[in-house]
Design a protein around this ligand. Structure first.
Ligand code: PMV
Length: 329
């Protein structure tokens, strides 16, 4: 019998965003979304049987998880236990090699790696689609991190969420993009995406427009990826990102995820384009800016963004793989 399984998953960056749940319990989205896996921005989850223990033991980046984080992970493990018909408590050791909870989707790589490791440890044999649906329960964007390369998370229509899964649009090798993440703040974000989305769905007067125009962006981005057309993908991704932030800002509490450096990076990316460098930005529920460009231009983009006042560091990435088991014992 297995006693430990270690799995690894990359984070992903959405080019067409997921912003708004139609079912908060099952993390079912109002729209489809499309992302690319970010090689090297990785979470490794080791899950081991913890015999005789009454509770799970959860370590995150070398320290016991906070009650909130630990509770969220244990609740997720309960789903896996229920599916597997097992009651085992486990020890979970999660390590993420980039700033957590700051808008680089650490929850995506965490729950994708955890879903795979916990399912394998507890003897669940799942297809990629089933694993994606399971990871989605931990965090919506984790559904996409199960799959490698360019990935579409289908909205789905089934009540139980069984068709709200991620599928590969193209493998990583199909289009070697460059990805640069400009980190403008290393601290945790103030309003998590769960709460941000709930407020937006409930309160933003622009939410209906977000829904009405989203599928066009998604289709443009899907077509653009298949045509390896950076201008089409980048243009639609920027537009979709600005709409996501606009719809969040338009609620009564005016959710603003940006800081001054975020805006300075946007400005610099547009400046680079005016100088002939095809770079395009996108931003998730935090102040970091992710920039895509042709792979040969990545160093030039990174060098330019490093110079922007307020940028603390840049992370380099490219399209990466899906979740994988790296050790069984
Ligand atoms: O998976 P969550 O609940 O952390 O939501 C992610 C939301 C965004 O990152 C802002 C957009 C996306 O599609 O990843």
């Amino acid at each position: 019998m297995l006693t430990t399984v270690v799995a690894r998953a990359n984070s992903n960056v959405a080019l067409a965003k997921y912003w708004g749940k139609r079912d908060e319990q099952l993390n079912l989205p109002h729209t489809g979304s499309l992302s690319v896996a970010m090689a090297g921005l990785t979470t490794t989850a080791a899950v081991s049987l913890c015999r005789g223990s009454e509770s799970d033991r959860i370590i995150m980046n070398g320290a016991p998880a906070s009650a909130r984080e630990g509770g969220r992970i244990s609740a997720f493990l309960d789903l896996v236990r229920e599916r597997a018909g097992r009651r085992d408590r486990v020890e979970v050791d999660v390590r993420t090699n980039f700033p957590v909870a700051a808008g680089i989707a650490s929850s995506a790589s965490t729950f994708a790696a955890l879903a795979l490791a916990a399912a394998a440890l507890l003897g669940l044999v799942l297809s990629e689609a089933e694993l994606s649906a399971l990871a989605r329960r931990g965090s919506g964007s984790a559904a996409r991190s199960v799959v490698g390369g360019y990935v579409e998370w289908l909205r789905g229509y089934a009540r139980d969420g069984s068709d709200s899964i991620a599928v590969q649009v193209a493998p990583a090798s199909y289009w070697p993009l460059g990805i640069v993440v400009a980190v403008t703040d290393e601290g945790p974000k103030r309003v998590g995406s769960r709460e941000g989305m709930a407020r937006t769905v409930r309160e933003s007067p622009f939410f209906a427009s977000w829904l009405a125009t989203h599928d066009t962006d998604l289709a443009t981005i899907r077509r653009g990826v298949l045509a390896r057309d950076i201008a089409a993908v980048g243009g639609a991704a920027e537009h979709n990102c600005l709409k996501m932030h606009a719809v969040a800002m338009a609620g009564p509490e005016g959710l603003i995820y940006w800081n001054p450096a975020t805006v300075a990076v946007i400005d610099r990316v547009r400046g680079l384009r005016a100088e002939g460098l095809p770079a395009y930005f996108t931003i998730d529920a935090g102040p970091q800016v992710k920039v895509i460009c042709p792979r040969p231009e990545r160093d030039a983009v990174a060098g330019a963004l490093e110079q922007v006042p307020g940028v603390r560091r840049v992370l380099l990435s490219e399209p990466g793989s899906g979740a994988a088991v790296v050790e069984r014992a």
